[in-house]
Design a protein around this ligand. Structure first.
Ligand code: NAP
Length: 476
């Protein structure tokens, strides 16, 4: 597949290509151009050249185009979901939800297009002011491989609705569905140049986006390490930044929780997308009164999960997305075993056997009695491994939950309002779920605190984030 610059398929100026693999089989499913700084420059030039025309359309006109795009993507969701499963690995059901979720995002922002884009302020005898929310100009977006389609929606929909143009870089291991959707957006009426997609490595194409002087804002989703690098690069150019980074979400299960609901919540919360979700449940704290029965039920549920090629209709969990993930997780689990950092209840290693040998399949894993300094709880485990920590009371759960450097999401499973109140007030996170985890509909602002990032995506807040106010002061 080619890059998309000014509405046209283009190769890289370097004429180099990179393979995109199916993580379930190891087969090459397509190739993408290895984009260069020159390609980024061409994309930014294109985005700059159409900014005025796009920004002078009414919000309603732009909203109608987003709405039309959502309709076409919905019509093509089966093809797109299949492509997403093939490049990313997730089960077809999850890929379908992701493509539909993308449409929901477009429709949500299209629905905001009748909102007032400014304000009026009366200053008595001094005069009156008109405050206009202007688009920023060319925005840069860099996205990861774990939820590429949803994250594409989080960034494009508010930015484009507000009147900005964009240059986006998808991840090199899951760029195909993003490219395919970008063509559909063009077919739906987004003019050439408004959304440009440059493929290529982060260190070349990604950094070229961050440092290009015409890029006004960079919205990045990915790891904390890359986020730090981008903050450094963007800081010296004074750019507006949204950084959606890693997480190590705690799930706190209290002794009054609905046990069935909490077990299902832990399974979905951790093993959805093979554990490769920023807001996955990454540490489970369970109250000692119910720990034994909860862990027994969770273990038997996890052992029954069907781990298969995502295209198989029985698949409940697919492979990890790439070799690096697979090797990192294998190393971590080897060290957990060697250093006795916890008791492995199930899983703990890569899967072997004929149907797994060429893919990056890892056993769904539960680990109990985890040491406080184990990387399973101090870092972010981006895969299907769930550390379980038994706690005597809520206070201990909260204090351990807050020991993490991350602060993305957290959940508490309880029927008690006082417990909810305490968790909401005391746990460091951008979102606290009660009796659920992971769900992030487009209506609510989303983002983290501490090392999980800065800024918010989603909701009306993200639309505002793609504008800056400009005031006309009328001193009559
Ligand atoms: P990553 O390695 O940081 O890569 C993310 C994107 O950044 C990719 O497109 C990558 O390009 C690019 N990149 C790498 N180095 C760069 C640089 N120096 N300058 C500019 N761009 C650069 O992250 P990942 O492994 O793909 O994603 C997993 C991480 O994302 C996890 O930590 C997860 O928690 C986090 N995440 C956070 C959220 C959230 O909303 N908070 C959502 C989803 C995921 P290439 O890989 O193509 O080289």
């Amino acid at each position: 597949m080619f890059m998309r610059i000014h509405g046209v398929d283009v190769p890289s100026s370097s004429d180099k290509w990179r393979d995109v693999l199916n993580p379930a089989t190891g087969e090459v499913i397509d190739t993408i151009p290895e984009g260069t700084a020159d390609d980024v420059k061409a994309a930014v030039d294109s985005a700059e050249s159409v900014f005025l025309e796009w920004s002078e359309k009414t919000m309603r006109e732009r909203g109608l185009i987003l709405f039309r795009a959502a309709t076409i993507v919905r019509e093509e969701h089966k093809r797109l979901a299949r492509l997403l499963t093939m490049e990313q690995g997730k089960p077809l059901r999850e890929a379908t939800d992701e493509v539909r979720g993308f449409c929901n995002i477009l429709e949500f922002y299209a629905g905001l297009s009748s909102q007032p884009a400014g304000d009026a302020v009366r200053l008595g005898g001094q005069g009156d002011c008109m405050v206009v929310n202007e688009p920023l100009g060319v925005c840069g977006a860099i996205i990861p491989w774990n939820m590429p389609v949803i994250i594409m929606g989080w960034k494009t929909a508010p930015a484009l609705l507000a009147g900005n143009t964009m240059v986006m870089k998808p991840s090199s291991t899951a760029p195909l569905t993003v490219l395919s959707i970008s063509k559909i957006l063009g077919d739906a009426g987004i003019p050439p140049g408004v959304l440009n997609i440059v493929t290529g490595s982060g260190s070349t194409a990604g950094e070229a986006i961050v440092t290009h002087p015409s890029v006004q804002k960079v919205s990045f989703t990915g790891s904390c390490a890359t986020g730090c690098r981008i903050r450094e690069l963007a800081g010296s150019h004074n750019k507006d930044l949204v950084l959606e980074l890693g997480g190590s979400d705690p799930m706190i299960v209290m002794n009054d929780a609905d046990m069935d609901n909490a077990v299902e919540g832990a399974v979905r919360g951790r093993f959805y997308n093979a554990g490769q979700t920023c807001t996955a449940v990454k540490r489970l704290f369970v109250h000692q009164d119910i720990a034994e029965s909860f862990i027994r039920r969770l273990t038997s549920r996890v052992e029954a999960l069907h781990v298969k090629n995502g295209l198989d209709s029985l698949a409940e969990m697919g492979p990890l997305n790439n070799r690096q993930q697979y090797d990192t997780l294998s190393e971590i689990m080897k060290s957990v075993k060697e250093n006795r950092e916890g008791t492995i209840l199930t899983g703990g290693s890569p899967m072997q056997g004929e149907s797994y040998d060429n893919g990056y399949f890892f056993h769904p894993t539960l680990v109990k009695d985890v040491a406080d300094d184990s990387p399973l709880v101090t870092g972010e485990i981006f895969g299907p491994v769930l550390p379980i920590i038994v706690v005597p009371d809520l206070g201990t759960a909260i204090s351990k939950a807050n020991q993490s450097p991350y602060g993305l999401g957290a959940s508490v499973w309880t029927r008690d309002l006082a417990t909810v109140k305490r968790v909401f007030r005391e746990v460091h996170a951008g979102i606290i779920w009660v009796n659920r985890h992971v769900t992030v509909p487009p209506e609510i602002p989303f983002g983290g605190t501490k090392e999980s990032g800065v800024g918010r995506e989603n909701g009306y807040q993200a639309l505002q984030g793609y504008t800056r106010s400009k005031t006309l002061f009328l001193g009559w």
